[in-house]
Design a protein around this ligand. Structure first.
Ligand SMILES: [Zn+2]
Length: 229
Protein backbone atom coordinates (compact mmCIF):
# COMPACT_ATOMS: atom_id res chain seq x y z
CA UNK A 1 0.00 0.00 0.00
CA UNK A 2 1.22 3.48 -0.85
CA UNK A 3 1.19 5.69 2.17
CA UNK A 4 -0.55 8.96 1.37
CA UNK A 5 1.89 11.79 1.87
CA UNK A 6 -0.39 14.77 1.76
CA UNK A 7 -3.09 13.70 4.14
CA UNK A 8 -3.87 16.45 6.55
CA UNK A 9 -6.61 16.60 9.10
CA UNK A 10 -7.69 20.18 8.88
CA UNK A 11 -10.90 21.98 8.37
CA UNK A 12 -10.11 23.95 5.29
CA UNK A 13 -7.60 24.42 2.56
CA UNK A 14 -7.38 27.19 -0.03
CA UNK A 15 -7.11 26.12 -3.64
CA UNK A 16 -5.56 29.08 -5.40
CA UNK A 17 -5.96 28.65 -9.15
CA UNK A 18 -3.55 30.43 -11.47
CA UNK A 19 -3.45 33.82 -9.73
CA UNK A 20 -0.73 34.97 -12.07
CA UNK A 21 0.01 38.46 -13.31
CA UNK A 22 -1.06 37.70 -16.88
CA UNK A 23 -4.57 36.89 -15.65
CA UNK A 24 -5.03 39.41 -12.86
CA UNK A 25 -3.14 42.59 -13.70
CA UNK A 26 -4.30 45.14 -16.28
CA UNK A 27 -0.83 44.90 -17.84
CA UNK A 28 -1.14 41.11 -18.15
CA UNK A 29 -1.51 39.37 -21.50
CA UNK A 30 -4.82 37.69 -20.66
CA UNK A 31 -6.29 39.91 -17.96
CA UNK A 32 -9.77 38.99 -16.75
CA UNK A 33 -12.57 41.56 -17.09
CA UNK A 34 -13.18 41.91 -13.34
CA UNK A 35 -9.60 42.01 -12.12
CA UNK A 36 -9.97 44.83 -9.61
CA UNK A 37 -12.62 43.20 -7.47
CA UNK A 38 -11.02 39.79 -7.80
CA UNK A 39 -7.63 41.10 -6.69
CA UNK A 40 -9.19 42.69 -3.62
CA UNK A 41 -10.91 39.47 -2.66
CA UNK A 42 -7.92 37.27 -3.42
CA UNK A 43 -5.88 39.50 -1.18
CA UNK A 44 -8.44 39.21 1.60
CA UNK A 45 -8.53 35.44 1.33
CA UNK A 46 -4.75 35.19 1.37
CA UNK A 47 -4.46 37.52 4.38
CA UNK A 48 -7.08 35.47 6.19
CA UNK A 49 -5.30 32.21 5.37
CA UNK A 50 -2.04 33.60 6.69
CA UNK A 51 -3.69 34.77 9.90
CA UNK A 52 -5.57 31.53 10.50
CA UNK A 53 -2.70 29.32 9.46
CA UNK A 54 -4.73 27.79 6.65
CA UNK A 55 -2.66 25.97 4.06
CA UNK A 56 -2.71 26.95 0.40
CA UNK A 57 -2.38 24.78 -2.69
CA UNK A 58 -1.62 26.93 -5.70
CA UNK A 59 -1.58 25.95 -9.34
CA UNK A 60 0.29 27.89 -11.95
CA UNK A 61 0.12 27.66 -15.73
CA UNK A 62 3.55 27.65 -17.36
CA UNK A 63 4.21 27.24 -21.06
CA UNK A 64 7.50 27.03 -22.90
CA UNK A 65 8.25 29.98 -25.16
CA UNK A 66 7.61 29.39 -28.82
CA UNK A 67 4.71 26.99 -28.62
CA UNK A 68 2.08 29.55 -29.48
CA UNK A 69 1.07 30.70 -26.00
CA UNK A 70 0.76 34.43 -25.54
CA UNK A 71 0.44 34.30 -21.75
CA UNK A 72 2.01 32.51 -18.77
CA UNK A 73 5.17 31.90 -20.77
CA UNK A 74 8.13 30.53 -18.83
CA UNK A 75 10.50 33.26 -17.70
CA UNK A 76 8.14 36.19 -18.32
CA UNK A 77 6.83 38.59 -15.69
CA UNK A 78 3.23 37.73 -16.57
CA UNK A 79 3.84 34.13 -15.64
CA UNK A 80 4.68 35.05 -12.06
CA UNK A 81 2.17 34.91 -9.25
CA UNK A 82 0.66 38.09 -7.85
CA UNK A 83 3.00 38.87 -4.89
CA UNK A 84 0.49 38.58 -2.07
CA UNK A 85 -0.56 35.12 -3.22
CA UNK A 86 2.85 33.78 -2.25
CA UNK A 87 3.62 32.54 1.25
CA UNK A 88 7.07 32.67 2.76
CA UNK A 89 7.20 29.04 3.75
CA UNK A 90 6.41 27.36 0.45
CA UNK A 91 7.55 24.62 -1.84
CA UNK A 92 7.27 24.62 -5.62
CA UNK A 93 7.09 21.62 -7.91
CA UNK A 94 7.78 21.93 -11.60
CA UNK A 95 5.63 19.98 -14.02
CA UNK A 96 7.83 17.06 -14.96
CA UNK A 97 5.33 14.26 -15.26
CA UNK A 98 6.45 12.67 -11.98
CA UNK A 99 4.28 12.12 -8.95
CA UNK A 100 7.09 12.16 -6.39
CA UNK A 101 6.45 14.17 -3.26
CA UNK A 102 8.37 14.57 -0.04
CA UNK A 103 6.58 13.27 3.00
CA UNK A 104 4.27 15.52 4.99
CA UNK A 105 4.52 18.48 2.63
CA UNK A 106 1.47 20.17 4.13
CA UNK A 107 2.82 19.82 7.62
CA UNK A 108 6.17 21.24 6.59
CA UNK A 109 5.01 24.03 4.28
CA UNK A 110 2.26 26.64 4.35
CA UNK A 111 1.92 26.59 0.58
CA UNK A 112 2.49 24.10 -2.18
CA UNK A 113 2.82 25.56 -5.67
CA UNK A 114 2.18 23.14 -8.50
CA UNK A 115 3.18 24.00 -12.03
CA UNK A 116 1.07 22.71 -14.89
CA UNK A 117 1.56 22.77 -18.63
CA UNK A 118 -2.17 22.75 -19.19
CA UNK A 119 -5.39 24.24 -17.91
CA UNK A 120 -6.76 21.23 -16.05
CA UNK A 121 -4.62 20.40 -12.98
CA UNK A 122 -5.78 16.79 -13.11
CA UNK A 123 -3.96 16.40 -16.45
CA UNK A 124 -0.71 16.97 -14.57
CA UNK A 125 0.30 13.83 -12.62
CA UNK A 126 1.72 15.46 -9.51
CA UNK A 127 -1.07 18.03 -9.18
CA UNK A 128 -3.57 15.21 -9.67
CA UNK A 129 -1.96 13.28 -6.86
CA UNK A 130 -1.77 16.21 -4.42
CA UNK A 131 -5.35 17.36 -5.01
CA UNK A 132 -6.65 13.81 -4.93
CA UNK A 133 -4.96 12.86 -1.66
CA UNK A 134 -5.86 15.86 0.48
CA UNK A 135 -8.53 15.16 3.07
CA UNK A 136 -10.17 18.27 4.49
CA UNK A 137 -13.69 19.38 5.30
CA UNK A 138 -13.72 22.18 2.77
CA UNK A 139 -11.77 23.07 -0.36
CA UNK A 140 -12.11 26.82 -0.81
CA UNK A 141 -11.45 27.77 -4.43
CA UNK A 142 -10.32 31.17 -5.71
CA UNK A 143 -8.50 32.29 -8.85
CA UNK A 144 -8.97 32.52 -12.59
CA UNK A 145 -10.26 32.03 -15.20
CA UNK A 146 -13.71 30.84 -14.13
CA UNK A 147 -14.60 29.37 -17.49
CA UNK A 148 -11.55 27.14 -17.86
CA UNK A 149 -8.92 26.55 -15.15
CA UNK A 150 -11.26 27.16 -12.19
CA UNK A 151 -14.03 25.09 -13.75
CA UNK A 152 -11.72 22.13 -14.43
CA UNK A 153 -10.24 22.32 -10.94
CA UNK A 154 -13.63 22.42 -9.23
CA UNK A 155 -15.25 19.71 -11.36
CA UNK A 156 -12.19 17.49 -10.89
CA UNK A 157 -12.36 17.88 -7.12
CA UNK A 158 -16.08 17.14 -7.13
CA UNK A 159 -15.58 13.97 -9.18
CA UNK A 160 -13.13 12.89 -6.47
CA UNK A 161 -15.87 13.51 -3.92
CA UNK A 162 -14.23 16.52 -2.32
CA UNK A 163 -16.35 19.17 -0.61
CA UNK A 164 -15.85 22.38 -2.58
CA UNK A 165 -16.80 25.99 -1.91
CA UNK A 166 -16.16 28.49 -4.69
CA UNK A 167 -15.74 32.11 -3.67
CA UNK A 168 -17.35 33.55 -6.79
CA UNK A 169 -16.25 37.12 -6.12
CA UNK A 170 -12.63 35.96 -5.85
CA UNK A 171 -12.79 34.27 -9.25
CA UNK A 172 -11.97 36.19 -12.42
CA UNK A 173 -13.38 35.57 -15.88
CA UNK A 174 -12.90 36.72 -19.43
CA UNK A 175 -16.53 36.26 -20.42
CA UNK A 176 -19.31 36.99 -17.98
CA UNK A 177 -21.82 34.66 -19.70
CA UNK A 178 -19.39 31.76 -19.92
CA UNK A 179 -18.46 32.26 -16.27
CA UNK A 180 -22.10 32.22 -15.24
CA UNK A 181 -22.60 28.91 -17.06
CA UNK A 182 -19.44 27.50 -15.47
CA UNK A 183 -20.63 28.47 -11.98
CA UNK A 184 -24.00 26.82 -12.61
CA UNK A 185 -22.24 23.65 -13.75
CA UNK A 186 -20.11 23.60 -10.62
CA UNK A 187 -23.17 24.15 -8.46
CA UNK A 188 -25.12 21.42 -10.26
CA UNK A 189 -22.28 18.99 -9.54
CA UNK A 190 -22.31 19.85 -5.85
CA UNK A 191 -20.09 22.88 -5.29
CA UNK A 192 -21.20 25.53 -2.84
CA UNK A 193 -21.10 29.05 -4.26
CA UNK A 194 -20.31 31.75 -1.72
CA UNK A 195 -18.97 35.26 -1.42
CA UNK A 196 -15.68 36.10 0.22
CA UNK A 197 -17.29 38.08 3.01
CA UNK A 198 -19.51 35.22 4.11
CA UNK A 199 -16.42 33.15 4.73
CA UNK A 200 -14.07 35.76 6.12
CA UNK A 201 -16.23 38.58 7.38
CA UNK A 202 -15.91 42.04 5.84
CA UNK A 203 -12.65 43.89 5.71
CA UNK A 204 -11.87 47.50 4.99
CA UNK A 205 -9.10 46.71 2.53
CA UNK A 206 -9.87 48.94 -0.43
CA UNK A 207 -6.93 49.55 -2.69
CA UNK A 208 -5.44 46.65 -4.51
CA UNK A 209 -1.90 48.03 -4.58
CA UNK A 210 -0.23 45.50 -6.79
CA UNK A 211 -1.89 46.54 -10.07
CA UNK A 212 -0.81 49.88 -11.45
CA UNK A 213 -3.91 50.59 -13.55
CA UNK A 214 -6.01 53.67 -12.77
CA UNK A 215 -8.98 51.67 -11.53
CA UNK A 216 -6.93 49.75 -9.01
CA UNK A 217 -5.08 52.84 -7.87
CA UNK A 218 -8.35 54.71 -7.32
CA UNK A 219 -7.43 57.36 -9.89
CA UNK A 220 -10.31 56.66 -12.23
CA UNK A 221 -13.46 58.52 -11.29
CA UNK A 222 -16.57 58.58 -13.39
CA UNK A 223 -16.50 62.37 -13.51
CA UNK A 224 -13.10 62.40 -15.15
CA UNK A 225 -14.53 61.31 -18.49
CA UNK A 226 -14.40 64.10 -21.01
CA UNK A 227 -11.25 65.65 -19.64
CA UNK A 228 -9.23 66.90 -22.57
CA UNK A 229 -12.13 66.51 -24.96
ZN1 LIG B 1 -5.85 47.14 -12.20
Amino acid sequence: MIRPVVTLRRRRIIIDVDTQKDFLLASGNACVRNHRRVLQNVRRVMAWARMKNVRVISTKQIYDAGNGHSYCVLGTEGCRKVPYTVRQNRVTFVADGCTDLPRDILKTYDQVILHKRCVNPFDEPRADRVLGEIQVNEFVVIGAPAEDAVKHTVLGLLIRRKPVTVLVDAVGSHDRGAAEIAFRQMEAKGAKLAETKTLLGSSCLRLVGVCECDRCQGRLQKKSFGVGA
